[in-house]
Design a protein around this ligand. Structure first.
Ligand code: DX5
Ligand code: ZN
Length: 217
C-alpha cells in the first residue's frame, strides 16, 4: 500500500486548514511541507511557523523537506513546530551521518534527499541509518514541473540498493507525480508519493487525491 503525501506547496494558503482537510478526505497519509530558503533553491516558501499551523490543522504525520542551506541550524525548530519526519539533501549536508543521528535523537524520522543528477549509490553508506530515501523526480524549487524520465530507473536502483544492504528505508518520490507517473513509479517500487499540483490545482481536491491513492494501493 503506497503512502500519499500531498505537498502543501501548491495549496491555497488563504485556507490552509480547509485544504489539508480536503486531502485527508481524499485519503492522504502524510502532509509534505516544502521548505525553501532562496539559497539552496531559487524559491522561498515558509518556515516553522507554517509547519506549526499545519500541525494544528491535522493529526497526519508532517513530512518536512528542507531545501535550505545548512539545515542543521533549523532541525530542532521544525521538530518543535510539529514535524514528524525531517528530510535533508545529501548535496547540502557535509556531516550527514551526524545530522541523521541528530534528527533521530530529537525523535523524528530521518530522510535523505537526492537531486535528479545525484547517483543513487552515493547514499549506500548512510542508507542503513535512514527511514526514507527521497528521490527527487524534478529539480527542486518549484511545483508543477515535469517528471524527469530517468526517475523510474533510479527508483529501481534504490530498490536494488536496499536489497543489497538489507535496508529498511522507504523509497519516496517528489515532483511531477500525477496519475500516470504515480502508477509507473509504484510499479517500479516507489512507496511514498509527494504530489502537489496534481492534487491542489484540481477543482475537486479530494477526488484528485483519491484517484492517485487508488493507483498506489
Ligand atoms: C520541488 C517540490 C515539489 C513539490 C511537488 O522542490 O518539492 O516537487 O513538492 O510539486 P508537484 O507535485 O506540483 O510537482
Ligand atoms: Zn518536497
Amino acid at each position: 500500500m503506497g503512502i500519499l503525501a500531498p505537498s502543501i506547496l501548491s495549496a491555497d494558503f488563504t485556507n490552509l486548514a480547509q485544504q489539508i482537510k480536503l486531502v485527508e478526505i481524499g485519503g492522504a497519509d502524510w502532509i509534505h511541507c516544502d521548505v525553501m530558503d532562496g539559497q539552496f533553491v531559487p524559491n522561498i516558501t515558509f518556515g516553522p511557523l507554517i509547519v506549526k499551523a499545519a500541525r494544528r490543522a491535522t493529526k497526519l504525520p508532517l513530512d518536512v523537506h528542507l531545501m535550505i542551506k545548512n539545515p542543521e541550524r533549523y532541525i530542532e525548530d521544525f521538530v518543535n513546530a510539529g514535524a514528524n519526519h525531517i528530510l535533508v539533501h545529501y548535496e547540502e549536508v557535509i556531516h550527514l551521518n551526524r545530522t541523521i543521528s541528530y534528527i533521530k535523537e530529537l525523535g523524528a524520522d530521518a530522510g535523505v534527499v537526492i537531486n535528479p543528477s545525484t547517483p543513487v549509490h552515493v547514499v549506500r553508506d548512510i542508507a542503513e541509518y535512514i527511514d526514507q530515501l527521497l528521490i527527487m523526480t524534478v529539480n527542486p524549487g518549484y511545483g508543477g514541473q515535469k517528471f524527469i524520465s530517468n526517475s523510474i530507473r533510479r527508483i529501481k536502483e534504490a530498490v536494488e540498493l536496499r536489497k543489497n544492504i538489507s535496508g529498511k528505508f522507504l523509497i519516496q518520490i517528489d515532483g511531477g507525480v500525477n496519475p500516470i507517473t504515480a502508477k509507473q513509479a509504484f510499479e517500479a517500487g516507489a512507496e511514498i508519493f509527494v504530489t502537489g499540483s496534481s492534487i491542489f490545482k484540481e477543482d475537486n481536491i479530494s477526488a484528485a487525491a483519491m484517484e492517485i491513492k487508488n493507483l498506489i494501493t
